[in-house]
Design a protein around this ligand. Sequence first.
Ligand code: SAM
Length: 325
Amino acid sequence: MNDAFGRKVDYLRISVTDRCNERCLYCMPEGYKGWERQADHLSAEEIIRVVRVAAGLGFRKFRLTGGEPLVRSDLVEIVRGMKEVSGVETIGLSTNGTRLAAHAKVLRAAGLRTANVSLDALDPEIYRRVTGGNVADVLAGIHAALAAGFERVKLNCVLMRGKNEAEIWPLVLFAAEHGLPLRFIELMPLSRTDVLTAENFLPVGEVMRRLREKDNLIPQPDQRIGHGPAKYYLLERTGALVGFIGALTNLDFCESCNKVRLTADGKIRPCLGNHGEVDMRTLLRAGADDRDLLKLFCEVLANKPEAHVFRENYVPGRPMIAIGG
Ligand code: SAM
């Protein structure tokens, strides 16, 4: 299914909860109280129904996210149900990894194929300052995912000047050592305004310049690892494959956007960097049939914005934790 700008949109990111067991600076405003009521979260059955409708429309790639998806106790049931839906080609997970060690095997067996694990630092103190969590748990989760036979495990690091910039090179070495693609993500204005200052912003271009002081960056223009917007480079000597997500500084960023989001409370959000959302939960709970849901999806796609407006003094509305990353 193409949108009004000719982009093929076949990727649905589904937030299964707005709850998280970490407190990342860039994702959740301090003292955040905007939690949805549990009853307002879509049930496993409702999520699977939306997936069925989306797959009928041509969506093929699905990713479960949050909040932290692994805090949801019926996640395995959701994966199993999605896997049964005709047209679903891949199901991935975005996770902070802290609970992955306990669940990797059963999720893999249920049909989950890939995992993106947030890893903003390897140093335990820095990791704790950025996320509030314990990096040893994340490392155990990464190893468990590899042992469970996930087809791909990718690492994500959100760049924050003065917070985790000292961790850039250690993360590159870790990625090389374990043969895992690593993505550096520019900070997007999706949390507290005091965190999202110009001072904290570290552009991917600057990180690339720093990496070039240590190694050659060989562009991998044909490398598309997963379905995201990263531009990949191979670091010649270290062997690391590193992707850069320049959401703010790459002016072509939205040209190949292929996704739509479903929030935990049942809103379809066609663009992360535009406030617009369309309510699907009301339809779901009012006894709408699949054709009504399909029609709503089509309307959303027809109105998917051409580009994000992060550069236009965007003021965060719902924070990332509530939208789903
Ligand atoms: N808890 C899971 C995790 O840690 O991956 C899933 C949700 S998290 C919101 C998904 C992704 O969004 C993570 O890679 C996270 O680092 C990224 N993210 C969150 N807030 C962000 C921000 N303000 N700017 C850029 N990336 C952000």
